[in-house]
Design a binder for this molecule. Structure first.
Ligand code: ADP
Ligand code: MG
Length: 694
């Protein structure tokens, strides 16, 4: 048996379990061993029986007397009863519904029992404890016992046994990480770490094992990201000359003055594109900070240098919005702009700058291929194989995290030179994340909102003030404004979740029928089809809907200046950065806007966390705060790395992240192609593949 042995070849794992494990992504011995416990139950202290008190859980060691079986009167359930004793005393033990224990536990045998002492009509007894024979190494009792995430049909107890067996049967486990790096940091080797994470002798051992694995994960990601970066530095990109006069003319025609941050960002980008190496930049800026106009400047520069631009938006509505705004700002400069989406294809020609013409898909593609379209704006439709450019020099990707890597490659194939790349996002990315997960991108931050933007007033609303909040909404709607209501879930809570949780469907019913019967209320959620969602958003954007009840699907980049109220239910269920983004969807017009936060929890901690929103207006600051308070689990772009939670937690640790990155850089300096580290190379290749499969 080795790490790549499939589970079908492992004794004791039959077809039924193979299927159950497959459902949670475990198909090989490696997967099994890398299925780490969520926590440990401390059963390492053995209590003398005489000290065990009712109501508490204990781990005990002693001998069992003979077990007698009876049946319950109503359900005919098996009940095994016996007497358990150690040097200090004895106590009754009862097992319900486990008749087979009669054969497994022989009288007089020394065993560990772990369970709760209870009292009921049967008297005081130890209730259905877990048991294990004393003597050999124990795994369920008498130690720190690993608890795994329970899934249907795969219990912690079962996992413990097979993982223990697998660890035993594996003679040597090849080390996957450079031993020197482990030694330098006093971290355990793989075999020891696997044992330490599943069956630690002490909490410290588990801690060190976790540290090793998260170090390894973060290190691999850093390696991946750095190698991508190095590769990019070796290819050629089109040189786009920086022409200051054109940029001056462009800005002079804008109806507003660029903010300092916008100017700086544009300058960085324009300077970058002058180099014969592909730019790889992420432009971060809060909603409403004006990223689009910066992208328009980059597009103009590319066009003036004789190249084409692809501008990708996450949805059809946003693509149309960009088509309109970018089109208007570039029209005076004789730029032709195409719109390619799933549905309608349009075209703006410089001869007709204020309007667009509908043209057929075939014609648009033909023009693009011949270089007759300077800027092609669109959705995912842009990356279809049939979309061909004649000389693409810049790819702009709006509001799609990580999206770039593969998509750019697709677009790249059609260009002789590798185009420059600009990714834009309103999701504030904390520094540590930026260094690892986004480490191949150079960050530019727009940290300033345009002058005159009114602050969105944010309030935490107590439950008893709900009526007042609704009255306020009513007034706003009467005045012609629009309202968003955000709920944490679409429908009925899943099992185990609070019944209090607000759902889109229920709130929609309530608001449309009881609270605001005379208003036009609509709902929007992720289970709807794209066409339906599109229509609902469009009606809202056109002011045909007064109140939109939605989940977090409401798009980030949408500009609806007439929306002035954002009511958020169950606010404690969202991250601060996310709440901040919701809030950014209002306050875009000339009207005062208000964000109302409702919370189902009255805990001090929740209120304190939410209060951060009243105090700060910076998405970046809020993201950092959130990461410190809740860990980094909720940031966009994390999930795809499949990092175990504890590795994600380490992303909050700036010092560690810096150390990881430095170590990865050092290793690459010595061994750029990782030929001396085949296992690391394999891991890096796996990460690449995983990203490309998205
Ligand atoms: P985001 O960064 O969220 O994508 P947009 O680019 O959509 O923001 O800009 C939001 C709004 O602000 C747009 O209507 C845009 O025309 C306007 N805008 C952009 N820059 C400025 C500025 N410097 N001064 C005033 N308004 C601006
Ligand atoms: Mg935007």
């Amino acid at each position: 048996m080795n790490l790549s042995t499939p589970l079908s070849e492992v004794p004791r794992i039959g077809p039924v379990y193979q299927k159950r494990l497959k459902a949670i992504g475990i198909t090989s011995v490696r997967d099994l061993l890398f299925h780490f416990p969520q926590m440990y139950q401390d059963l390492s202290v053995i209590t003398p029986l005489a000290k065990a008190k009712e109501g508490s859980e204990y781990c005990l060691k002693g001998t069992l007397g003979e077990l007698k079986e009876t049946r319950t009167f109503y359900k005919r359930m098996s009940v095994l009863e016996g007497i358990f004793s150690d040097a200090s005393g004895s106590m009754k033990v009862v097992w319900f519904n486990q008749p087979y224990l009669k054969d497994a536990l022989l009288p007089g045998q020394e065993v560990f029992l772990a369970g709760k002492v209870v009292r009921d009509s049967r008297g005081v007894y130890l209730s259905s404890p877990s048991y294990e024979k004393a003597g050999a190494t124990t795994i369920h009792t008498g130690r720190l016992v690993p608890l795994y995430r329970e899934t249907r049909g795969v219990s912690s107890k079962w996992l413990r046994s097979v993982i223990f067996m697998a660890l035993r049967s594996l003679e040597n486990i090849p080390e996957s990480f450079p031993p020197l790096l482990l030694k330098e940091r006093g971290l355990p080797f793989l075999k020891e770490a696997l044992r330490g994470i599943h069956f630690p002798g002490t909490p410290r051992e588990a801690e060190l094992a976790k540290k090793r694995f998260s170090f390894e994960e973060l290190f691999s990601i850093s390696l991946f990201v750095l190698t991508e970066r190095k590769k990019l530095a070796q290819v050629k990109a089109p040189v786009i000359a920086f022409q200051p006069e054109i940029m001056k003319r462009f800005t002079s025609k804008l109806p507003f003055e660029l903010t300092g941050a916008q100017k700086k960002a544009a300058w960085h980008i324009l300077k970058d594109m002058e180099k014969p190496r592909p730019m790889n930049r992420i432009l971060q800026g809060d909603v409403g900070s004006g990223k689009t106009v910066v992208a328009a400047m980059a597009a103009l520069a590319a066009q003036k240098a004789g190249f084409q631009v692809a501008f990708m938006a996450p949805t059809e509505i946003l693509a149309q919005q960009h088509f309109k705004t970018v089109g208007e700002s570039l029209a005076p400069f004789k730029v032709t702009i195409g719109l390619l989406t799933g549905k309608s294809d349009r075209f703006i020609s410089p001869k007709l700058p204020k309007d667009f013409i509908e043209i057929s898909r075939t014609k648009l593609l033909q023009k693009t291929k011949e270089g007759g379209v300077d800027v092609l704006i669109g959705t995912h439709a842009l990356i279809q194989d049939k979309v061909k450019f004649s000389n693409l020099a810049l790819v702009v990707v709006d509001e799609q995290h990580r999206f770039g890597v593969q998509q750019r490659k697709k677009l790249q194939r059609r260009a002789q030179l590798v185009p420059h790349f600009l990714s834009m996002t309103a999701t504030p990315i904390p520094r540590t994340l930026a260094m690892t997960v986004y480490g191949d991108l150079d960050p530019t931050v727009i940290d300033e909102l345009p002058k005159g933007r009114k602050r969105v007033e944010t309030k935490i609303v107590a439950p008893e003030e709900r009526k007042k909040a609704y009255e306020f909404m009513q007034k706003q709607v009467k005045a012609g404004r629009q309202v968003f209501v955000i709920c944490p879930r679409i429908e009925k809570p899943q099992e185990g979740e609070s019944l209090e949780i607000k759902t889109v469907k229920e709130e929609y019913e309530k608001l449309s029928q009881e609270v605001f019967p005379e208003c036009k209320v609509e709902m929007l959620h992720g289970k709807m089809g794209p066409a339906e969602k599109e229509q609902i958003m469009r009606r809202f954007a056109r002011g045909k809907t007064d109140i939109l009840v939605a989940t977090s699907v409401v798009e980030v980049g949408l500009d609806i200046p007439n929306a002035t109220v954002m009511l958020i239910e169950g606010a404690e269920r969202f991250g601060l950065a996310q709440l901040h983004q919701f809030r950014g969807r209002i306050g875009r017009g000339r009207h005062r806007s208000t964000c109302l936060l409702f919370s189902e929890s009255s805990s001090q901690k929740t209120r304190q966390r939410l209060r951060a929103l009243l105090e700060s207006d910076s998405g970046f600051e809020l993201a950092e705060k959130d990461m410190r308070m809740r860990g980094p689990g909720d940031f966009a772009g994390n999930k795809q790395w499949g990092l175990p939670d504890f590795a994600m937690e380490n992303l909050a640790n700036l010092v560690l992240v810096q150390e990881v990155r430095a170590a990865a850089e050092k290793l690459l300096e010595q061994d750029i192609s990782l030929k001396n580290h085949p296992l690391l190379k394999k891991r890096v290749d796996e990460l690449r593949e995983k990203l490309h499969l998205e």
